[in-house]
Structure formats: C-alpha cells, structure tokens
Design a protein around this ligand. Sequence first.
Ligand code: CA2
Length: 148
Amino acid sequence: MNIHIINGPNLNLLGVRQPEIYGHETLGDIEKKMRQRFEPTGVALHFFQSNSEGGIIDALHAARYAHNADAVVINPGAYTHYSIAIRDAISAIQIPVVEVHLSNIHAREPFREGSVVAAVCRGRIEGLGWRGYLLAVEYLRDILEPKS
Ligand code: CA2
C-alpha cells in the first residue's frame, strides 16, 4: 500500500512559529512519527511539501500517474480556501484523498471557514493537530486493505 502525504504553503515552518495554533512538531517530526507507526505494517509513505500551487498539482498528478499511489492525504494550507486548480487536480486523479488541517478552521478567521477542496475529498480531519495525519492514514489503510 502506497500513500502520499502532500503539504502546502508555509507548512515547512511548522514547529518554528505559532506553536499555539499548529503545535510544536516540525513536518520532519510528523513524518518520523508516521513512518514509525505505519512502515512496520507494510504501508509505504511518501512525503512532499511545496509552497507553490503548481508544485502541489504536479505532486497530485505524480502520485497517481507516476507512482501509482493508492491514496493521498493533503493539507493544502491556505490554498484550501481558494484554489480551484488544486480542487480540479484532486478530482482528476480518482483515488481517495483525505483533507487534513492541523487547526480547527471553523474556530479561526471567517476567511478560513470555506474549503473549495472539501467536496472532492473523501473526507476531512481538522483541529486535531499532527494526529490528524495519523488518523487519515489509519482510515485509508482500513478502507484499502483487502478484507477476507
Ligand atoms: O490548519 C491547517 O492545517 C491550515 O491548513 C494551515 C494553513 C492555513 O492557511 C489554513 O487556513 C489552515 C497555514 C499553514 C501555515 O503554517 C505555519 C506554520 C508555522 C508558522 C507559520 C505558519
């Protein structure tokens, strides 16, 4: 099982600033926790972060068409709220995509409330900090696992 984790703009700064909103863990810390948890169970994880819209779109295409990924976990960062191009890329790849947000976007500024990608994702986890990424992979592993 091959799951890609895609993070959007400014998430490379995690753990460095605004820990009261985003927590103390860096993106590297989150990757380490996830590898420790899932790699022994046979789930291959691929991590990618970009500060650009095109980089995220290319990563979505590559997940499906170059790497044959089974599913994607994405935190599109601020692009969540307005990138129709990322929404279209999620629709195009036709594999399950779970949207994750570290913070509760409904408890913040009104401009963060809307997500243009939510409708084309399988579901969304928000406000649970770094654990949201783990829960998203748990879910995907469960639905992708062949059941006897
Ligand atoms: O809560 C989330 O995960 C967000 O996707 C994070 C985005 C924000 O624009 C979304 O509304 C919600 C921003 C990520 C910025 O990350 C930083 C980390 C440390 C310091 C500054 C920014």
